[in-house]
Design a protein around this ligand. Structure first.
Ligand SMILES: [Zn+2]
Length: 139
């Protein structure tokens, strides 16, 4: 049965669902909780870029070798997770990802990343919002 799904990213797609009415309803509910295929693909692409290319272009951290290794891991994990989440912003996902990378690049102290590792969203929010504003985000 052809069914129109409204995804979390705000896009709509039409999919062919099979099975009993209950199976289809379950599938529909699950799909509507997911970003559309295109956003998913973009999200995965961005996450992969953040993991390799994007992170490669981030500045070196300052601190002892031990601190740097730990902080790099914290930074990479945070960025990867946030870049994946950015898929839900649909058209703005790319801008959100750039702002995230810029926010991450604004902190060079390994000790800072370690100290804030449990609270990175809040700690990086000002830099992130500033980066978004500079990109002309209206929200
Ligand atoms: Zn979408």
């Amino acid at each position: 049965m052809k069914t129109t799904i409204k995804h979390v990213c705000g896009h709509v797609s039409t999919v062919q669902l099979y099975g009993s009415a209950r199976d289809r309803a379950g599938k529909e509910k699950w799909l509507s909780g997911q970003p559309c295929l295109e956003c998913k693909r973009n999200g995965q692409l961005a996450a992969a870029q953040a993991a390799v290319g994007g992170l490669g272009s981030l500045p070196e951290l300052e601190g002892s070798e031990k601190q740097k290794a730990w902080a790099l891991d914290i930074r990479a994990t945070w960025l990867r997770r946030m870049a994946e989440n950015a898929a839900r912003y649909g058209d703005k996902a790319e801008m959100v990802r750039e702002a995230l990378i810029e926010a991450a690049a604004s902190r060079l102290s390994a000790a800072w990343w370690i100290d804030n590792r449990h609270n990175l969203n809040a700690a990086l929010a000002p830099a992130y919002e500033e980066a978004l504003r500079r990109r002309g985000a209206t929200e």
